[in-house]
Design a protein around this ligand. Structure first.
Ligand SMILES: CCCCC/C=C/CC(=O)SCCNC(=O)CCNC(=O)[C@H](O)C(C)(C)COP(=O)(O)OP(=O)(O)OC[C@H]1O[C@@H](n2cnc3c(N)ncnc32)[C@H](O)[C@@H]1OP(=O)(O)O
Length: 393
């Protein structure tokens, strides 16, 4: 393999590895994450590659090659090079690994990758440490990508990461971006001492001029779309539960592939206390995961579980001591993220495809029942109680 590496580096220097690139007038662009890259952005990115001050390494060069081919020619449909044609085999494998990734997405990913390389090349030339790629445009979450892991971090620690309408929308967008990026695994976690205190109760206190019914209807649509984006998420999705979790942040855990929790975490779904009913497909996933009796105790009677109890009941994959939680979990995830990406994705999809339609139907039903519940006096009183007397759970 050392021979291949050496040859790839030589090819990089000669630029032969990329084939002939059309080059228009040079114009540097900032990456447009969450937007579609134009042909001009793409061509500018190709120019930027030539200006990189440092060799980005073979792994990145193969990624660039694969994205370039996918963006310009579509899915790989050429015969696999022979076993001794090591360089072309490595290039073919990188391209082929992109499967049916749409051309536009490949173009965007290429532009994003080059933009990240240009800024890290600039900052490393100024002697600054290399940071992971932080994606701009989000206000309530922080989205970063490193080591083939995209992390979406809920970022309202002063409010215990309570989920505002903007946050639901940003999470939907972040999941959409993560589903198309070149990471292997996506992680949802919280900043601060809480994972999330669930729905921000002020969502129900800001009533717009078109009235409370319209508010409930729009909230139900947002809820359905939010949960729908977890049902449809195509790659392995991991919850890194860094502290207590309440309400919807607990129920959607049934839609994750792995749930790692600190031993400080608790899991609480106090729907009846709030005059509400289960969401996040938990009316289906929880009885399936933990059996109907344990699910009823949580979802109907609001029993709060410790991390150990949630693990014993199958909602949590593994519990770690708080003192070593982050270190142990990220070491594990980094190892998993090196597994072949297509195999990870396809395995996830086989599992999910068996009940995707059912989950969407349950999501729609739960959302429409909640639309009614939010208009009930039971629900309104509970929310007023929280804000007037600060009645805590
Ligand atoms: C589109 C709509 C979709 C709707 C989907 C429906 C989902 C259902 C649910 O998620 S139900 C769960 C709702 N959550 C709650 O009822 C939790 C309410 N919060 C609490 O009971 C407590 O805050 C606590 C137990 C989570 C934490 O208590 P603690 O004493 O540790 O901290 P504080 O209460 O002082 O909290 C710090 C500040 O954060 C504000 N805050 C916390 N959680 C929420 C929340 N869910 N909604 C709104 N605000 C919240 C709290 O008010 C404090 O603010 P302040 O510093 O300004 O006083």
């Amino acid at each position: 393999m050392a021979g291949v590496t050496g040859r790839l580096i030589r090819c990089w220097c000669r630029r032969a590895v990329w084939g002939s690139l059309k080059v228009p007038a040079l114009h540097l662009h900032v990456s447009k994450t969450a937007m579609e890259a134009s042909q001009e952005d793409f061509e500018n990115a190709m120019n930027q590659v030539k200006l990189l001050k440092e060799d980005p390494g073979n792994e990145v060069k193969l990624k660039l090659y694969a994205l370039y081919k996918q963006a310009t020619e579509g899915s790989c449909n050429t015969p696999r090079p022979g076993v001794f044609d090591l360089i072309n085999k490595a290039k073919w494998e990188a391209w082929n690994a992109l499967g049916n990734l749409p051309k536009e997405t490949a173009r965007q990913n290429y532009v994003d990758l080059v933009s990240g390389l240009s800024s890290s090349s600039d900052s490393s030339s100024q002697g600054k440490p290399e940071a992971d790629q932080k994606q701009a445009g989000y206000k309530t979450v922080v989205m970063t990508s490193e080591d083939s892991i995209t992390k979406i971090m809920l970022n309202r620690p002063a409010k215990k990461n309570a989920l505002t309408e903007q946050m639901y929308q940003e999470i939907i967008l972040a999941l959409e971006a993560a589903s198309k990026d070149d990471s292997a695994i996506t992680v949802l976690t919280g900043n601060g001492d809480y994972y999330s205190s669930g729905n921000d109760l002020t969502n129900f206190t800001n009533i717009p001029p078109d009235g409370v019914e319209a508010k409930a209807k729009n909230s139900a649509i947002l809820l359905r779309d939010f949960v729908g984006s977890f049902i449809d998420f195509p790659k392995p999705l991991v919850a890194v539960v860094n502290g207590p979790a309440v309400g919807i942040s607990v129920t959607i855990l049934g839609l994750f592939d792995l749930v790692y929790a600190t031993d400080r975490a608790t899991f609480h779904t106090p729907f009846s206390h709030l005059g509400q009913t289960p969401e996040g497909c938990s009316s289906y996933t929880f009885p399936k995961i933990m059996g109907p009796a344990k699910a009823a105790e949580m979802l109907i009677f609001g029993k709060k579980l410790t991390a150990g109890e949630a693990c014993a009941q199958g909602l949590v994959t593994e519990v770690f001591p708080d003192s070593t939680f982050q270190k142990e979990v990220w070491t594990r995830l980094k190892a998993y993220s090196k597994l072949p990406q297509n195999a990870l994705r396809i395995s996830k999809q086989i599992i999910r495809s068996q009940e995707k339609e059912k989950l969407h139907a349950i999501n729609a039903k739960e959302s429409s029942i909640l639309q009614e519940r939010w208009l009930s006096s039971e629900c309104m009183n509970a929310i007023m109680n929280f804000f007037s007397q600060k009645a805590k759970l």
